[in-house]
Structures are given as C-alpha cells and as structure tokens.
Design a binder for this molecule. Structure first.
Ligand code: SIN
Length: 176
C-alpha cells in the first residue's frame, strides 16, 4: 500500500500512539472543531458520556491540527487500530491537507469525523454546560478534563488559535 497522511485534530494531536514516518503542523479548510461528540468508550461511560471533539462544516474556516504520514507497510495495521480507537461514532473521510509551516504542496489524506446522527452525537450546548459535563466525566481512557487541557496545550504550542477549545479549557481549569 502507499504511504498516507492522517490529519488529527483531537486526541490524535497529543496522543497519536501509532508509528509514523513524518509529522507536521497542518490545516484543513471548511471545517471547525467542536466538543459536540459524546464519548462512552474513552472519556465517559454509557449513560454518562464525556464530550470530545468532532468537526462541523464551516465555509472558509481553517482548522489547525497535526498530520502524520503513515508508512504504506504499516498502513493496514495502523488503520485497523485507529478504526477501533475511533469506533465511538467516527467515520473515515478524504480531506485535503495544507502544511503552512513548510514549503510543501497540499496532500490528500484521511480524517476521522463524527457526523450528526451517529449514536453518540450530542451537538451544541451552552459552553458552561459543556464545561460542567467535562468536569463530571471520566472513562476508560481517563478524565475528560485531561482530553480538553492536553488538546488546548497542544494547539497553543503549535501557535493555533481556537476560541471554542480555549474558552472551554479556561472554564475547565477554573472548575466550571
Ligand atoms: C482526531 O483526533 O483526529 C479524532 C478525534 C479524537 O480521537 O479525539
């Protein structure tokens, strides 16, 4: 199989947990990150879901993340592991990835998106309520607060601005 780029915008940014040949700060256009997906297998449990990110379509918006180049020889193994990890409502989509920090052309790649209507979809809610839900949620992968704070730190480190994530992280740090 050929090498493939994966664009991560959530836990894949700060905990890829798979082998890769190269990684770059990257952007995609037309999508915005939202804590609108429920998690019953990582950051919450059935009946008490945590909140994790997905992408929603937003014309002209730029979403920052981290791209990983998977070796063609590892591809089927890595994709099998990622399909399992992202099984709580995410499906695989094609995406065009830009690399603003290097002199390289855009690349076609893959991305996991949880679209409205999947069984764990939660949708929009006032940010204060999302923060409360995050503060109250723990799952097999750990506290929901860790997911929010690690993602905010990773985005800040790459120089990205994401008001939705930063606002939520500030509320979570402040305890609600
Ligand atoms: C991603 O990180 O790209 C997908 C969502 C997640 O695993 O948090």
């Amino acid at each position: 199989m050929t090498d493939v780029w994966i664009f991560g915008y959530g836990s894949l940014v700060w905990r890829p947990d798979f082998p890769y040949l190269d990684t770059r700060t990257a952007t995609i256009t037309g999508w915005t990150r939202r804590f609108w997906q429920g998690s019953t297998d990582h950051r919450g449990v059935p009946g008490s879901p945590g909140r994790v990110v997905t992408l929603v379509e937003a014309e002209g918006e730029i979403c920052w993340g981290q791209a990983f180049l998977i070796d063609g020889n590892d591809r089927s193994d890595v994709m099998r592991r990622l399909d399992y990890r992202e099984k709580g409502g995410y499906s695989l989509h094609d995406v065009e990835i830009d690399f603003p920090e290097v002199d390289a052309p855009p690349a076609s790649g893959l991305i996991y998106i949880a679209t409205p209507g999947n069984p764990n979809w939660l949708g929009d809610m006032p940010i204060a309520q999302i923060a409360q839900q995050v503060l109250n949620s723990v799952g097999p992968s750990g506290a929901n607060t860790e997911y929010v704070l690690e993602l905010a730190d990773a985005l800040r480190e790459m120089g990205a601005v994401d008001h939705h994530v930063f606002d939520l992280a500030a509320r979570v740090r402040a305890g609600g």
